[in-house]
Design a protein around this ligand. Structure first.
Ligand code: GLA
Ligand code: ZN
Length: 669
């Protein structure tokens, strides 16, 4: 993925809001030059500007901006406007408005709430997209296409229901097959034909888990199908790459599926920096999210949006402290971003985002703290351009799947509202993040090639084929770590018979997980493992190990005291570890994974990484390495480096790095 020789620096720009005062556009250009912006994302919500009345088109604002941007060395990422429909369109074609899950019909308002099945909306969107493509698709200033905005949500209208039934028919072929896979004899929910199926609803079906899963898969497929219509339309006259802006761990859509038709991944990042307890937790969570986004295509990505100063839609919208915006921006680059982009260039005067942080305030001039920090970063990024073309090459992969999250969310059992798949993933990820060892976050159905360690946290949904591939990975010499709830159901959420972990994985792990105990939130169970004492919370599985299974830890409390809670099993040329409990505070995970890192010779990039500091390494094809040192703590930190390091922004050699609070540096070696 290479869009530019520079690090892309820019963000959302809404000049149409200043249509009556075009002198502001010229001031914008002056300020963009000062801030060293080389990119602007335009048109995200321009539908009613571009087509003010049906069939009446007006490209004057976009024309003017393309011209001004080009003159000022600013490239454009042009958005299709489908994220917000014009009022006239909803009035004339009410079918484009969504039907909510409780079957109420929405009225006009807000955004990102069109019916993604409606042929009328698809036609209207394709028409404007084609026109944009024809007009700007080969423009020298056009860098890429931004399709719609933050696809999200569901529609339950009759058109969507019909499309869902067709989706099911295609998947299952016969209604008998569907009934079998959905286990519909339960509560007499058998269907006689595909057309009888209703999407899930709080006033209707919530209990057929296969149905809920397929519905969510359908919502993703239909959203991707809508996106394909748009991609095809912009490709009519343009060969520039296409993306859409994702939202990290958003659970409504399977992002791995959604990103397939796109050329590259981009995402919008709005962390809660500045929490009273410190920023390390937030930093690790965001690191993980960047890794998830990069792993989607195993390629670098764009940080499409971030705020230069604060948000306005959270409960608490704290200002980013001086240095934090730079630190967070460098963190994105550290995990494979090719850009630093903001929402937004200039604050709007009215409506719901008028108080959202922006590069240019209502005040309108450049002598503000935020503008100065942005401009300083712009200048620094120009000096960091050797980074372009480098990326991360992890040997560790962790498994995370959206359908697995959906299945666990829906599962009646355990702590009903506390399945926490993503935070369980984070628990496994943290020791690697602290050690500066990078990880990919991949889907269970993706290739495991090239990894020496695979971690499968709460991989509850696991079909035969995946189980076979996991077994093959270990047999060929890989190390696999799995946790409680592994392989309990297949891809349609039917339980595996014959013992958990199912589909043959008992043989790989050398055990059977017989029961899963759910604790009250405040309860803890003592365990001893790897020569230390630790505590479990929430979940403890009771294991029946095979004779040749190594016991590395045991429960010390409850009726299962003295039974194993941590095991290792040699299988083929590799090894499979099983963690049967939820680590209460991270101490166990830290000890366990540190030991594994030593065993597998997964080395930290620097001998000593102080607490609160993250180190990430990007590498290019010439074998040059770029070390990111990121201090998320509120204290000064020192790192001794050794030979051969230079500061990328100045070229001067460096043997020790001194990072002030929230300080960060990029080094070359
Ligand atoms: C999202 C949207 C933007 C804007 C920002 C505000 O990411 O894509 O249009 O609303 O949030 O933080
Ligand atoms: Zn619909």
């Amino acid at each position: 993925m290479k869009l530019s020789d520079k690090i892309i620096f820019g963000g959302d720009y809404n000049p149409e809001q200043w249509r009556e005062t075009p002198e502001i556009w010229d001031e914008d250009m002056r300020l963009m030059r000062l801030a060293r912006w080389n990119e602007a994302t335009v048109g995200v919500f321009s539908f009613a500007e571009l087509e003010p009345e049906e069939g009446v088109f007006d490209f004057s604002v976009t024309d003017a901006i393309f011209e001004k941007a080009e003159k000022n060395g600013v490239k454009i990422i042009l958005s299709t406007p489908s994220g917000a429909m014009p009022r006239w369109m909803a009035e004339k074609y009410p079918e484009i408005l969504r039907t909510l899950e409780d079957r109420r019909k929405a009225v006009y308002g807000r955004r990102e709430n069109h019916c993604y099945t409606s042929p009328v909306y698809r036609e209207k969107v394709a028409e404007i997209d084609r026109k944009l493509s024809e007009r700007y698709g080969r423009h020298p200033a056009l860098l890429a296409w931004h399709i719609s905005n933050e696809f999200n949500g569901e529609c339950h209208c009759p058109l969507c229901r019909e499309a869902f039934c067709a989706f099911l028919e295609k998947k299952y072929g016969t209604i008998d097959r569907l009934n079998a896979e959905w286990w519909t004899r339960f509560w007499s929910h058998r269907a006689n034909s595909f057309s009888e199926i209703e999407p899930p609803s709080s006033i209707g079906e919530t209990c057929v888990h296969g149905l809920t899963l397929d519905w969510k898969r359908f919502v993703t497929a239909q959203t991707a199908d809508f996106a394909r219509v748009e991609i095809e339309a912009v490709r009519a006259f343009s060969d520039r790459p296409v993306t859409t802006n994702l939202m990290g761990f958003y659970t409504g859509l399977d992002y791995r599926e959604l990103s397939r038709p796109f050329d590259f991944v981009s995402w919008d990042n709005y962390p809660d920096w500045g929490k009273p307890e410190g920023d390390e937790g937030t930093a690790a969570w965001i690191a993980l999210t960047h890794d998830l986004m990069r792993s989607m295509k195993r390629e670098n990505f764009l940080l499409m949006e971030s705020t230069p100063s604060h948000t306005n839609w959270k409960d608490i919208n704290k200002l980013y402290r001086p240095g934090m915006m730079r630190l967070a921006s460098l963190q994105a680059l550290a995990h494979g971003s090719e850009s630093v982009q903001y929402f937004q260039w200039r604050k709007s005067r009215g409506s719901s985002e008028k108080m959202h942080g922006a590069v240019v305030d209502h005040y309108g001039r450049e002598d503000t703290r935020v503008f100065s920090e942005v401009a300083a970063l712009g200048e620094e990024l120009e000096r960091l351009s050797p980074l372009v073309g480098s990326t991360l090459r992890p040997r560790v992969a962790m498994i995370y799947d959206w359908d697995n999250v959906w299945a666990l969310q829906d599962l009646q059992g355990m702590q009903k509202k506390n399945k926490q798949v993503a935070s369980t993933l984070l628990r496994q990820y943290l020791p690697f993040w602290r050690a500066g060892i990078s990880c990919d976050i991949i889907g269970r159905r993706e290739s495991f090639e090239g990894y020496s360690l695979l971690v499968a946290p709460m991989t509850y949904l696991c079909e035969e084929e995946t189980a076979k591939r996991l077994a093959g990975f270990v047999r060929e010499g890989g190390t696999l770590v799995a946790t409680y709830t592994l392989a309990q159901t297949n891809e349609n959420d039917l339980c595996h018979l014959g013992g958990f972990p199912g589909a043959g994985l008992c043989e790989v792990f050398g055990l059977r997980a017989e029961e899963l105990d759910t604790l009250y939130p405040e309860e803890r169970v003592e365990i001893s493992a790897l020569g230390g004492s630790y505590r479990a919370k929430d979940y403890c599985e009771v294991l029946k190990p095979h004779a040749d299974t190594e016991i590395l830890g045991e429960y010390r409390g409850e009726f299962y005291a003295g039974t194993p809670c941590l095991t290792a099993h040699a299988y083929g040329k590799g090894k499979a570890y099983y963690i049967a409990f939820r680590d209460a505070d991270g101490a166990f995970s830290e000890a366990f994974y540190r030991r594994l890192m030593r065993e597998l010779s997964l080395e930290s990039p620097l001998p000593e990484i102080p607490d609160g500091v993250s180190v990430q390494v990007r590498e290019n094809e010439k074998g040059e390495k770029f070390f990111f040192l990121l201090n998320f703590s509120r204290k000064e930190k020192r790192l001794s480096l050794g030979e051969g390091f230079t500061l990328l922004r100045t070229g001067e050699p460096l043997a020790e790095a001194v990072l002030p609070p929230y300080g960060a540096e990029v080094l070359r070696k």
